[in-house]
Design a protein around this ligand. Structure first.
Ligand code: DGL
Length: 254
């Protein structure tokens, strides 16, 4: 069991940003990354649609024999993590917008949470927000265009910067305390966001926290690999467009 691969998935390229953190922390594990580019954007689907799509991916991982599944997508986590935990008898790790560290580091002004429409609307995030709303001013900003930009392989330059500028048109940049990157695609845009909003802006994401959580859980269950060679990453993508596989490997290395 301990030397089986770990399954990681997202609607497309976003989850690669989480896999990068996981790989850094656990280089000897083997991974299967499933990018569901055929069904992107998850952020515009209903909860029922997401359940169907994501459980098919979960079943795929079980058939391939994984020891754990990481839902490397805030949107899918908010819609299906409970269903996954009911259905599969292996550790299921999700990701949610990293509001807790943002509130802990909060000084004044606004915490901007960038995420998909589904994440911002679902119960899971609203319960999290209720917990912290007396401690900081939190504003929700849906950012679907940033998903499309990254999915097209664009992480810097005019188009990325334009998509970012558009989001902050009505927000006074001087009033921003921090920005929570509540969608795994946005993590690839950190440099572009800094270029638009300035180097001092605090960007917070849940990638490292998720990797750390996964490692702890596997360690506590005595399920960490005992191999001492660099592990493999097998990238699978649901799209007909074969360039998605190359893009996934490219993003893994930036
Ligand atoms: N990467 C996903 C997330 O973390 C969502 C992108 C999409 O809309 O498909 O929420």
């Amino acid at each position: 069991m301990r030397n089986l691969p770990i399954g990681v998935f997202d609607s497309g390229m976003g989850g690669i940003s989480v896999l990068r953190e996981i790989k850094k922390l656990m280089p000897n594990e083997d991974y299967i990354y499933y990018g569901d580019s055929k069904n992107i954007p998850y952020g515009k689907k209903t909860k029922e649609e997401l359940e169907k799509i994501c459980l098919d991916i979960g079943d795929y991982f079980i058939n391939r024999g994984v020891k754990s599944i990481v839902i490397a997508c805030n949107t899918a986590t908010s819609a299906v993590v409970d269903k996954f935990r009911d259905r599969y008898n292996i550790p299921i790790i999700g990701i949610e917008p990293a509001l807790k560290p943002a509130v802990e580091a909060y000084k004044s002004g606004k915490i901007v949470v960038l995420a998909t429409e589904v994440t911002l609307k679902e119960n899971k995030f609203n319960l999290l927000m209720d917990k912290y709303k007396s401690k900081a001013e939190i504003i929700k900003v849906p950012a679907p265009r940033l998903v499309t930009v990254v999915e097209d392989g664009i992480t810097e330059g005019a188009e990325a910067e334009d998509a970012i500028k558009e989001l902050f048109e009505d927000i006074d940049i001087n009033e921003i305390d921090s920005i929570v990157l509540g969608c795994t695609h946005y993590i690839f845009l950190k440099n572009a966001i800094k270029k638009v909003l300035g180097n001092n802006v605090k960007l917070i994401d849940g990638g490292f926290g998720t990797a750390y959580n996964l490692k702890n859980i596997l360690d506590n269950m005595d399920m960490l690999s005992d191999k001492n060679i660099d592990g493999s990453i097998d990238v699978v993508n649901s799209s007909q467009d074969k360039s998605k596989i190359n893009l996934s490997y490219k993003l893994l290395n930036i």
